[in-house]
Design a protein around this ligand. Structure first.
Ligand SMILES: Nc1ncnc2c1ncn2[C@@H]1O[C@H](COP(=O)(O)OP(=O)(O)O)[C@@H](O)[C@H]1O
Ligand SMILES: CC(=O)N[C@@H](CCC(=O)OP(=O)(O)O)C(=O)O
Length: 258
């Protein structure tokens, strides 16, 4: 089974183009099974501001108190998940929206309860349930809310959640769909990068802010999964170039020197 995991960032959700949905239809017609994991960071931020609830980021992760968790779950598994499923359905794509906590899809453990609160990382993915949905030709659309054995829920960074799903499913591709065409340096798109170059680009400050958790999730998926490359790509346009290749920046696994 040829599987592609697509992570849609909160930054692009309101701007996903018709060509983006057309690309998904095309990939499905070409036999790919698609799983979508979405974010919603800006949308959570707006709702927290409306409710006058403060939140802070620690190393790129939102410190999640019980109050913040309630808002994150409402926005991610409610508003954002349902909106994305509607857009897919309008584009003629059979999609089913699920919280990562449903059917114990994203089994999580806390990263550090003391400093981050209810922020989780994925320990296990219910791939048998996901595989059944894919066999029925559905596109599962997952929010990054995890759950543990005690049924405590966690807020998971969506880049990390998507990378964990791709590794667990032994996916062939992982695409991070965001609001820029890929990784840029001096305004120019870098079409292909090795993992070592990515580390250098973080060190020199070319990769900063929200791009850091994305490339770190990409590096860890390349290290621990069967994936050979990961792509960072814009959702404002088609995902596929005229020659059939996927656009954006590819991060490719370093060849081992023997
Ligand atoms: N080298 C880079 N090339 C492109 N974008 C970068 C780079 N470094 C940092 N960024 C920033 O990363 C942002 C994407 O991350 P983020 O806003 O967290 O997106 P998402 O919501 O898709 O996860 C871009 O809009 C850009 O501001
Ligand atoms: C723990 C943590 O930081 N969770 C993220 C989950 C959403 C997310 O990652 O959304 P984007 O992909 O749009 O950034 C948050 O609360 O913002």
């Amino acid at each position: 089974m040829n599987t592609i995991v697509i992570k849609c960032g909160g930054s692009i959700l309101a701007e996903l183009s018709d060509s983006f949905f057309h690309s998904i239809r095309e990939l499905k017609q070409n036999g790919y099974k698609i799983v979508i994991v979405h974010g919603g960071g800006p949308e959570i931020g707006q709702m927290l501001a409306t409710l006058d609830i403060r939140s802070e980021f620690v190393n790129g992760l939102r410190k999640t108190t019980p109050e913040v968790l309630e808002v994150a779950e409402m926005v991610l598994s409610g508003t954002v998940n349902k909106k994305l499923v509607s857009l897919l359905q309008k584009a003629g794509i059979q999609a089913v929206g699920l919280s990562g906590s449903d059917a114990l899809l994203l089994q999580a453990t806390p990263i550090d309860l003391e400093s981050l609160g209810y922020v989780g990382e994925v320990k296990n993915v219910n791939i048998s349930f996901l595989t059944q949905l894919l066999a029925l030709d559905y596109v599962p659309v997952l929010s990054p809310i995890g759950i543990d054995e005690e049924l405590t829920k966690y807020n998971i960074n969506a880049d990390i959640a998507a990378a964990s799903v791709a590794v667990a499913l032994h996916a062939n591709h992982l695409l991070f769909v965001t609001d820029v065409p890929g990784i840029l340096k001096n305004g120019e798109l870098l079409p292909e990068l090795s993992t070592n170059t990515v580390v250098d680009l973080i060190g020199e400050g070319t990769i900063y802010g929200g791009m850091i958790p994305k490339v770190n999730a990409a590096l860890s998926a390349l290290e621990f999964g069967s994936l050979q490359e990961i792509t960072i790509i814009s959702g404002k346009d088609s995902l596929v170039a005229l020659d059939g290749s996927i656009k954006g920046t590819k991060i490719v696994k370093e060849l081992e020197v023997i």
